[in-house]
Design a protein around this ligand. Structure first.
Ligand SMILES: NC(=O)c1ccc[n+]([C@@H]2O[C@H](COP(=O)([O-])OP(=O)(O)OC[C@H]3O[C@@H](n4cnc5c(N)ncnc54)[C@H](O)[C@@H]3O)[C@@H](O)[C@H]2O)c1
Length: 383
């Protein structure tokens, strides 16, 4: 039985992430299971209020899922004590203004990444939240993926020996919108609307790298806009002003080199839409969203280079699949449960606005690197 309820303002619940991952897969799933179990054995239930700009859409969603409250008036929701958490899934451009209001209203805040369009604003949000004493959290969903959880287990067990390098491939073909409709919103391809693959993906890469391998100490990136013209949701042609691919090298604490390609202009020839290969002195691993295969040093083949002879060795066959062993739940939901514990009983949370600001810094410096053609050192960020 639930003993208390936390009210959550879900701003942008009609959007792709807001609806699918945060409302349906997280908050409604948590409500369905009877809330979140706290340390002391009590439960806290969740109750959402949907906020957006289109009343008819909000009503349709609320009716579909048996949600009592929805409104187009964010200020009224923020002024209402029934709602303790403000959650933000808006387009990135609209985020800072809304979060500022939520800080002023004294709400705990949970948000999608990136927390802001500029590092200056992202850091300011972290400082404002700290000064106001409001709890804050930022989505770190990729860390909760089954593949990355298995990778964490391998790292913690010492499987790799000394980790040397990480190479990652993220991406798939996003249709141009003319002969087949695009599978991502068009704002992602307009920098004036907060789009761009660096702004989108580098915040993810920052928390993945710093939580698994070490702080990102420098970045070199080359951004590209390979497809200059796309067609939007209404069939209108527009100029793609944002980068749709980025080729980057990150130097990490401890001398690890990470090289990550991010692209919406690549056709997939790998097992999953994202894949990281980690090479260490004692073993290597290739992980995706779900899968994880390893090759220990004792199982490493000894290839010799001979361009005159076709190589009959099956290199893919040298890898061992790591079993699941655990049931791993949807990562957005798990992180929501952790944030609710953080709000309800002060459980630890290091995925805060400052972590979000580090992600925005990496994106900003990635773009600056691409612009200048230089590698850029990243200072340690503090409040
Ligand atoms: N964690 C992840 O893996 C992940 C993946 C994709 C997107 N995102 C992030 O989630 C956020 C939303 O992305 P999405 O793909 O769901 O976009 P979307 O376009 O599907 O949804 C955006 C939402 O913002 C609202 N909105 C748009 N313009 C607005 C404005 N000017 N004022 C107020 N509201 C406005 C829309 O009504 C909609 O509800 C972005 O910040 C994006 O970076 C995160």
């Amino acid at each position: 039985m639930s003993e208390s309820t936390i009210g959550i303002i879900m701003n942008g619940a009609t959007g792709r992430m807001g609806y699918r991952q945060h409302l349906v897969r997280s908050i409604l799933a948590i409500r369905e299971q009877g809330g979140v179990l706290l340390e002391g054995g009590t439960r806290v239930q969740v109750e959402p209020i949907l906020v957006g700009r289109n009343e008819a859409k909000l009503k349709e969603l609320a009716d579909r899922h048996g949600i009592e409250n929805y409104t187009t008036d964010l200020d009224a929701a923020l002024a209402d004590d029934r709602w303790q958490i403000y959650a933000d899934f808006l387009v990135t451009k609209a985020r800072v203004a809304a979060i500022r209001k939520a800080i002023a209203a004294g709400k705990a805040i949970y948000t999608e990444k990136p927390t802001a369009e500029s590092f200056e604003e992202a850091l300011e949000l972290a400082r404002l939240a700290q000064a106001a004493g409001v709890k804050n959290g930022v989505v770190h969903d990729k860390l909760y993926l089954p593949g990355l959880q298995k990778l964490k287990r391998l790292i913690d067990s010492g499987f790799f020996g000394r980790i040397l390098s990480v190479r990652g491939e993220f991406g798939y073909w996003v249709f141009e919108g003319d002969w087949q409709s695009a599978q991502r919103p068009s704002w992602n391809y307009r920098s004036e609307d907060g789009g761009g693959i660096i702004v989108d993906m580098f915040p993810h890469w920052n928390y993945v790298l710093e939580n698994l391998f070490g702080r990102v100490e420098s970045v070199y990136a080359r951004a590209a806009t390979h497809i200059p013209t796309r067609v939007d949701e209404n069939g209108a042609e527009y100029t793609a002003t944002a980068d749709d691919a980025a080729y980057a090298v990150f130097e990490l604490e401890g001398g690890i080199v990470a090289q990550l390609n991010s692209s919406w202009t690549v056709r997939v020839n790998r097992d999953e839409l994202v894949e990281f290969q980690v090479d260490g002195t004692h073993g290597s691993a290739v992980v995706g969203l779900f899968g994880c295969k390893i090759q220990p040093r004792n199982g490493t083949p000894k290839p010799t280079w001979n361009p005159d002879l076709a190589d009959a060795h099956n290199y893919a066959g040298d890898w061992l699949e790591v079993p699941d062993n655990d049931v791993i739940e949807n990562g957005f939901k798990t992180q929501w449960e952790e944030f609710i514990r953080h709000v309800a009983e002060d459980a630890p949370n290091s995925f805060d606005f400052l972590a979000g600001a580090r992600g925005v810094q990496l994106a900003e410096q990635g773009l600056a690197s691409s612009e200048s053609g230089r590698r850029i050192d990243l200072p340690v960020v503090s409040l």
